[in-house]
Design a protein around this ligand. Structure first.
Ligand code: S3P
Length: 437
């Protein structure tokens, strides 16, 4: 038996949720800020940086390629950019840990370097599909080796990249971003079209770093061989982290919370539209656009929810919020039907399977399909659920515990630190009852 302690939680009904909460910085934006600052000319300052395991892996990868990154404060990084051609060969494999964003975006960036590099990940990442980045990058001339399209990925340097015109087979901001990063090193103009628009952080941030590109929802176009200019980045609070508190406050009677300065890019906030269709009371206040990304305070009050058919148009805009939507649906009256979400099967866990199994263990009927599930709202009993090491599944079941008749015991929660360090403390301050198990 392994002597490795896998910490867990018991989440049980606490108080109603109150107060003003600040959740940590956006994970997607933090990854991109480090990457672009590293290959820019000059020194960039990143404020609001997410100091989570995923984004620390990205920072460590660039440090291993010769980029000096200072951390004068936990949420600040000063990145001494080395220019587009200034990265150095890493002496060891680059460890991406649990981070799909790190691995897929780095694959695109490394495809254009003069040196060889190898990307590795943890057990979960080593099961996630990489062929979706390998295929189009190879079409650009990249040399990438992998067994069955899975990590590790060995990228041979010195390839001469040519721009491509590519229609993504799946809606994926990670694949789009990998191609844009490779496109920076390619001859010609890289053009990307998406089946549904996905988060446009790479496009916006490339522009902030002085790159010339055209983009619109579902489309991006970038001329290769451009240089980037250092800039300062202000990272908003992560909507996906706020989502756990949005749902918890909606479900727990008497709750009234404010989530401060949350990123509200429309490609991320599909959950707001869906929860409102279900009857939620969420107000968006004090919207400002401090650094190219809109942020706002979200004021959430308890409201009873009713089940709906989740409109397919919102799926890509809430792709990371399905675990907690499953919990909202379990507590709604009637059925909630999710379709068109087969991508959930290739996240940090198979989120359709892990959420369905967990809710069933808590007494909820769930009918799974290939691309979604029908959740029959009902009464959550207590019980034991397995997060399968998936940070968002663990936090979604912590929310479930706040509405369950008896405690919900959640195993394997260590990976919560990948995206939301300090979740337990903030949740307890807001009103959760959450104990180590
Ligand atoms: C991300 C894109 C999404 C999302 C992930 C972060 C990004 O993944 O699920 O958490 O930062 O670009 P896909 O591109 O696989 O949809």
């Amino acid at each position: 038996m392994s002597n490795h302690q896998v910490p867990g939680w018991i989440s049980a009904r606490g108080r109603s949720l109150h107060g003003s909460l600040v959740v940590p910085g956006d994970k997607s934006i933090s990854h991109r800020a480090i990457m672009l600052a590293a290959i820019a000319d000059g020194v960039s300052r990143i404020d609001g940086f997410l100091e989570g395991a995923d984004t620390l892996a990205t920072a460590a990868a660039f440090a291993a390629m010769g980029v000096r990154i200072e951390a004068p404060d936990s949420a600040v990084r000063i990145v001494h950019g080395v220019g587009v051609d200034g990265l150095q060969r890493p002496v060891a494999e680059l460890e991406c840990g649990n981070a799909g964003t790190a691995m897929r975006l780095l694959t695109g960036l490394l495809a254009g370097q003069s040196f060889d590099a190898t990307l590795v990940g943890d057990a979960s990442l080593s099961r996630r599909p990489m062929q979706r980045v390998i295929d189009p990058l190879r079409a650009m001339g990249a040399r990438i080796q992998s067994d069955h399209g899975l990590p590790p990925l060995r990228i041979t340097g010195g390839a001469s990249l040519e721009a491509i015109d590519y229609v993504l087979p799946v809606a994926s901001a990670q694949v789009k971003s990998a191609l844009l990063l490779a496109g920076l090193y390619a001859n010609g103009e890289t053009r990307i079209r998406e089946p549904q628009p996905t988060r446009d952080y790479s496009e916006r941030m490339l522009q902030a770093f002085g790159a010339q590109l055209d983009f619109a929802p579902g489309h991006a176009q970038l001329r290769g061989r451009q240089r980037l200019r250092a800039t300062n980045v202000s990272v908003p609070a992560d909507f996906s982290s706020a989502a756990f508190f949005i749902v918890a406050a909606t479900l727990v009677p008497g709750s009234d919370i404010r989530l401060e300065r949350v990123g509200i890019n429309p490609r991320r906030t599909g959950l707001l539209a869906v929860l409102r269709l279900m009857g939620a009371d969420i107000r968006v206040e004090n919207t400002i656009v401090p650094g190219g990304e809109a942020v706002a305070d979200l004021v959430v009050r308890h409201a009873p929810l009713r089940g709906i058919d989740v409109p397919a148009v919102h799926v890509a805009d809430m792709i990371d919020e399905f675990p907690v939507l499953f919990v909202a649906a379990a507590c709604a009256t009637g059925q909630t039907r999710i379709t068109g979400a087969s991508e959930l099967r290739v996240k940090e866990s198979d989120r359709i399977a892990t959420m369905s199994a967990g809710l069933r263990a808590l007494g909820i009927r769930v009918d799974e399909s290939d691309d979604g599930a029908t959740i029959h709202g009902g009464r959550l009993r207590g019980g034991t659920v397995d997060s399968h090491g998936d940070h968002r599944v663990a936090m979604a079941f912590a929310v479930a515990g706040q509405c369950a008749d008896d405690g919900v015991q959640i195993g394997d929660v260590a990976n919560v630190a990948t995206s939301f360090p300090g979740f337990e403390a903030l949740a307890m301050r807001a009103g959760f009852s959450l104990q180590p198990a």
